[in-house]
Design a protein around this ligand. Structure first.
Ligand SMILES: NC(=O)C1=CN([C@@H]2O[C@H](COP(=O)(O)OP(=O)(O)OC[C@H]3O[C@@H](n4cnc5c(N)ncnc54)[C@H](O)[C@@H]3O)[C@@H](O)[C@H]2O)[C@H](O)CC1
Ligand SMILES: [K+]
Length: 254
């Protein structure tokens, strides 16, 4: 059994959602680092944490990946690809139709489709919600990439159904960036909300994660390649958190 990722030595600042959007904007518009590059880091880190928490190998392990329309979903699809490459039996469940996915998330979808990873849709109202779920009982892990920092209010429709199914399955859940249903800005727990065993947040922890540790679980922070100049331009003092490794654990004083 591998040991877990180490705790960060430095004090880790938190960001508001507005600040996180500004980080993204500077990276993409001012520095020319495309979103898909950051998404690759995000998904790879999520897969790395998943592998670590499954004891160091995912070979033959059944993993369900829940995916929403936005870039949080896109990161989940990147993780699904890496876990498939590493020998896991991956099933992807989408909360929405292909045409509703954002462009970069559609691109990740097409890749998985070409590889042949099983993709399940809950967008068709005629599909019983329990139809593609014989796997729930076999799953070693659920990855939650339904909703990220652009959540607005209570999760609706199939998002809500998938969140309830995941919580009820009692399978360990790892959330990408924030547990789906948690407001990343102020920590409001909407209904329903994923109750994660662990959360892999990106670049810097969002403020809301600190407010509601119960649904966040163990908090990991992943390097998605943000240049220190981005933070400097925003007047933020951020230490070199990833000087030793691309993933660190975060612990806040209670
Ligand atoms: N620098 C970074 O941190 C990066 C983060 N990445 C990831 O991108 C997401 C944010 O992506 P975005 O597409 O802006 O938003 P979401 O994925 O959160 O989803 C928006 C999506 O969800 C729908 N929606 C919103 N609220 C609800 C609701 N209550 N019920 C149902 N549906 C809802 C909305 O309509 C949109 O379609 C961030 O968290 C990171 O995971 C990038 O990967 C790279 C850079
Ligand atoms: K999420």
């Amino acid at each position: 059994m591998l040991t877990d990722f180490p705790f960060a030595i430095e004090e880790i600042p938190t960001l508001s959602v507005e600040q996180m959007r500004e980080v993204d904007r500077i990276m993409i518009e001012d520095l020319g680092i495309p979103l898909i590059q950051m998404m690759e880091h995000a998904g790879r880190a999520l897969a790395d944490v998943a592998r670590r928490r499954l004891g160091g190998s995912v070979v033959g392990k059944h993993i369900i990946v829940l995916v929403g329309a936005g870039h949080n979903g896109g990161g989940g699809l990147v993780a699904a690809r890496h876990l498939h490459n590493w020998g896991a039996e991956v099933h992807v469940l989408f909360a929405t139709a292909f045409k509703r996915l954002k462009e970069e998330t559609q691109r990740q979808y097409r890749i998985l489709e070409a590889i042949g990873v099983p993709l399940w849709h809950f967008d068709d109202i005629s599909t019983p919600i329990d139809k593609p779920t014989p796997q729930w009982g076999r799953a070693a892990l659920v990855l939650d990439a339904l909703l990220g920092y652009n959540l607005h209010g209570d999760p609706r429709g199939f998002y809500a159904d998938l969140i309830r199914l995941a919580n009820a399955s009692r399978t360990p859940i790892i959330s990408l960036d924030v547990p789906s249903g948690l407001d990343a800005n102020d920590g409001t727990i909407y209904s329903p909300c994923i109750e994660a065993d662990a959360t892999v947040t990106l670049a810097l922890p969002k403020r809301g994660l600190r407010e509601s540790p119960f649904v966040v679980g163990d908090l990991y922070l992943a390097d998605i390649g943000i240049a220190p100049e981005v933070y400097k331009r925003m007047g933020l003092d951020v230490p070199p958190l990833f000087q030793h490794q691309p993933i660190v654990r975060v612990r806040y004083p209670t």
